[in-house]
Every structure is written in structure tokens, then in C-alpha cells.
Design a protein around this ligand. Structure first.
Ligand code: FES
Length: 111
């Protein structure tokens, strides 16, 4: 009687949180500079680590020197009220020194 070899293949692996990329893709306008946007740190820090020279001063969300506008993407804040009006936030203005990415982001410098 011929021997039948049964091979067991592992089930299709499921995506787990550890499989998801640890960072989002960031890009600045108008100079089209890419950077790795790490969700656990502010966008400003990620941009600086990517070699991008972005204006900043207080780095705590009050002076507005770092202001930019989201062309696409979403951010969250760990401080209760960053130095932006509700209207500015609705128009996509962000303070990268205190804004953490929640998705891939494209950010335009200035107001
Ligand atoms: S550097 Fe002051 S608000 Fe961002």
C-alpha cells in the first residue's frame, strides 16, 4: 500500500497589531519631503528626525510657530487644547509640536 504523505500547511497568517507598520508615511509640502511619522511622538520630532527643517519655538502647543495645515491625514493631541481655534482645527490647521499622527499625513508649512 503506497504511503500517502499528508502535509500540513500553516493557516493563512492573520494580521496582528505586531504586523502593522510601526509608523505612518509623512510628507511635507511644498517641497515634497518624506518622513516616517511615528504615532507615539509629535510630528515635529518625526520631521526633524527625517532631516526636515520645520519652524518651531515653544514646542508645547502655545506659540504657533510650527503651525501647518493638513492636506491629508488625521492627528490627535495629548494636550487638552492646543493653541488653535476650533475653526482653525476644522480647516485642518495643526501644531506639529504637539500633534501625533493617526494616519499617513501630508502637511503644508505655514498659515
Ligand atoms: S513650536 Fe510653539 S506651538 Fe509648536
Amino acid at each position: 500500500m503506497p504511503h500517502t504523505m499528508v502535509r500540513h500547511f500553516p493557516a493563512t497568517p492573520r494580521m496582528t497589531p505586531s504586523d502593522t507598520p510601526p509608523f505612518f508615511t509623512g510628507r511635507t509640502e511644498p517641497f515634497d519631503q518624506p518622513f516616517d511619522a511615528w504615532p507615539q511622538q509629535p510630528l515635529l520630532l518625526s520631521m526633524e528626525q527625517g532631516g526636515i527643517d520645520w519652524p518651531s519655538s515653544c514646542r508645547n502647543g502655545t506659540c504657533r510657530t510650527c503651525i501647518g495645515q493638513l492636506v491629508s491625514g488625521q492627528v490627535r493631541y495629548e494636550i487638552e487644547w492646543p493653541g488653535l481655534t476650533k475653526e482653525e482645527q476644522e480647516e485642518g490647521y495643526v501644531l506639529p509640536c504637539v500633534a501625533h499622527p493617526c494616519s499617513d499625513v501630508v502637511l503644508r508649512e505655514g498659515y
